[in-house]
Design a protein around this ligand. Structure first.
Ligand code: HAM
Length: 443
């Protein structure tokens, strides 16, 4: 038999994940799963059902929904031509897809509102840094149809805060704002007032903001440039320019939040970077995230379904940045103590029983014990080859097992198994039928 030829050096290249994209590994993925499980549970209690969406869509969908001039669409999308030359993009967000799906699946025929949530990866070619990735994960929810009562806005935000509460995310601040009605009513008047004010201070602004005076003056309010902060504080506030309907609506949203005990702060600069928003906008920041501290963003987008070819439909929703949420939970756990870390699910100690076996007869028993314990729901590690007991116990400790089940030929012959509690070294002798009950009682 001839040996396979050694590959040429260039074929032995080691691959690395693409910049801004990463692997999520255990034990951290335990925390991801716990967060996602909690989202499923909490959102279900508010009557939301899960929607699973395509990872890619026609580029035109995002250009139309999010806005061709936004940073997300103009600079950050991963777009490519399919073989039939239609342009396709990896989704940078999912609200556009949810609206497309609502129209395509005739969901306006269902009882309204339709309440949907989604989880999954999104793609934006941003400059990678802590909390900012090119493939990142969102957990989002949208309410479509069924009117625009301020109670809907408040309930969506209440659900979000209930979810953060349930996963023990501490140090959050909820910011709310109203950016007024669609472009041709009160918002347009404000944008013109803002543009005029910005022209007056143009020389003091950086290049990006100078450009935005013409393209999208609202985005200047988003600027994080230190040198611009004092100038921005002098600009006119949108709350002074809302039409009567929008002012009443904003006041009602705030009082609905208060009715639900949701604590918020107003932030007149919260305009959001996607074009579809109107009236209520909100963002939540969390601790331990540095400059990328927005863990969630959302708002109302009443014209969007219509813009995508559907019937007039009201809409509101949010998306949580799951990567940032996890980072913040981990930072919070570090700042407190190990038990907090455990409650955040980052502990290695998910392994319950390590089976330390020696000898042929013991092996067959060990295989049976592993099967029975796993069927009973315990996490079990069964080493594939025999080890000396000392080495096996060392391995059990390294893996963070709670117990070692010691099975040598003696134990098997006697029918009495030894269970060692690794945290304190105590041992008990148990007959096989008693083992599962004993483990259940001690966990
Ligand atoms: P967004 O503000 O663009 O809104 O994104 C929502 C959240 O996703 C952000 O607050 C952040 O936590 C996270 N995120 C965004 N970009 C990145 C990134 N490059 N790396 C890590 N995390 C990131 C939307 O996407 C809207 N679709 C939300 C929405 C739903 N509005 C109404 N319904």
């Amino acid at each position: 038999m001839s040996e396979a030829p050694t590959p040429a050096p260039e074929k032995r290249r080691r691959f690395q994940a693409i910049k801004g994209v990463r692997d999520l590994l255990p034990p951290e993925t335990t925390l991801w799963n716990r967060v996602e499980q909690t989202a499923h549970q909490v959102f279900a209690t508010f009557g939301f059902g899960e929607i699973r969406l395509p990872i890619f869509e026609p580029t035109e969908l995002f250009a139309r929904a999010v806005g061709a001039d936004t940073d997300v669409v103009s600079k950050e999308m991963y777009s490519f031509d399919d073989r039939d030359e239609t342009s396709i993009s990896l989704r940078p967000e999912a609200t556009a897809s949810v609206c497309r799906a609502y129209i395509e699946n005739g969901m306006q025929q269902l009882p309204q509102p339709v309440k949907l949530y989604y989880l999954g990866p999104m793609f934006r070619r941003e400059r990678p840094q802590k909390g900012r990735y090119r493939q990142f994960y969102q957990i989002g929810a949208e309410v479509l149809g069924g009117g625009d009562a301020p109670a809907i806005d408040a309930e969506v935000i209440q659900m979000l805060m209930a979810f953060f509460d349930k996963i023990n995310l501490s140090g959050t601040t909820l910011y709310v704002n109203s950016i007024g009605h669609s472009a041709d009513s009160c918002r347009r008047g404000y944008v013109e007032t803002l543009r005029t004010a910005l022209q007056g201070v143009k020389e003091k602004l950086g290049a990006d903001s100078q450009r935005r005076i013409d393209t999208n003056p609202l985005r200047v309010l988003d600027s994080k440039l230190e040198s611009e902060q004092a100038i921005i504080e002098t600009l006119p506030h949108i709350s002074d320019h809302l039409c009567d309907d929008c002012r009443v609506n904003y006041a009602a949203v705030k009082s609905e939040l208060e009715l639900r005990g949701v604590i918020y702060k107003e932030n007149w600069r919260l305009v959001r970077g996607l074009d579809y928003y109107m009236r209520t906008t909100f963002e939540i920041t969390a601790q331990g995230l540095g400059s990328q501290n927005a863990v969630c963003g959302g708002g109302r987008y009443d014209g969007l379904v219509e813009l995508l070819g559907g019937p007039p439909t009201k809409g509101i929703g949010f998306a949580i940045g799951e990567d940032r949420l996890i980072l913040s939970l981990q930072e919070g756990a570090k700042a407190t103590d190990a038990s907090a870390e455990q409650s955040a699910g980052t502990s290695l100690r998910s392994l319950t029983v390590y089976i330390a076996w020696m000898g042929e007869r013991a092996y067959a028993t060990a295989v049976r014990a592993a099967k029975d314990l796993r069927n009973a729901g315990f996490s079990v590690e069964l080493p594939p080859v025999a080890q000396k007991f000392g080495k096996a116990l060392g391995q059990a400790d390294k893996l963070g097992a709670k117990f070692a089940l010691i099975l040598g030929d003696n134990e098997v012959a006697e029918g009495l198994w030894t269970l060692k509690t690794l945290s304190d070294g105590t041992q008990s002798k148990l007959a096989e039928p008693a083992l599962i009950e004993h483990l259940r009682a001690s966990i």
